[in-house]
Design a protein around this ligand. Structure first.
Ligand SMILES: [Zn+2]
Length: 184
């Protein structure tokens, strides 16, 4: 999942308005940030597969994206926000773990249960549904965006740019469509 991760951050913000929006946005993308760093370090591997959805193959992503690693990074990330209160820390941790849950729907079974585990999971909508995944993700974004917008109308503390925030996520999603990218 791509832009849908950011939509999840907006939805989380409605459940814990005291959590800083930047922390939730960073949280939902945190596993991919780690993935980028780990690839540069040579700890994880991915190869491009032009013309075949989703355009790449994630050969080894166990340190950033396995179930156990996701839980570990979620706990660590949440701990950083503990001084802002337990609710904020939990929301930050859930933001990180939501990445694994949403990737589970999209990824072919390349998500290990723990680093170097044989067992891998992933429903594989990217592969099974080379265009349909985009509509599935759009529906998720619409749901989260509606939650965020509705809550922002009632809570003026963060509602000022709710529509703009939803629009940014939508633009990202359109830019990521299978029709926009020649590699997929
Ligand atoms: Zn990811």
């Amino acid at each position: 999942m791509y832009a849908g991760h950011f939509a999840a951050a907006l939805a989380l913000k409605t459940t814990q308005p005291r959590a800083p929006t930047w922390a939730l946005l960073l949280g939902v993308g945190f596993l991919d940030v780690l993935f980028g760093i780990f690839v540069l370090l040579g700890w994880e591997r991915a190869t491009l597969t032009p013309g075949r959805s989703p355009g790449f193959s994630l050969d080894f992503i166990d340190w950033s994206h396995s179930l156990a690693a996701s839980l570990f990074w979620a706990a660590l990330f949440g701990l950083f926000f503990l001084r802002r209160g337990r609710g904020v820390a939990v929301a930050a941790g859930v933001a990180v773990f939501s990445h694994f849950v949403l990737d589970y729907f999209m990824h072919p079974p390349d998500l290990a249960l723990w680093p170097h585990a044989q067992a891998h999971v992933g429903l594989g909508l990217w592969v099974r549904w080379p265009q349909g995944w985009w509509w599935f993700e759009l529906a998720f974004i619409a749901l989260c965006g509606a939650m965020y917008y509705a809550r922002s109308r009632r809570d003026p503390s963060y509602g000022g740019r709710a529509l703009a925030a939803c629009a940014v996520v939508l633009v990202l999603h359109v830019a990521n469509s299978p029709w926009a990218s020649p590699t997929r």
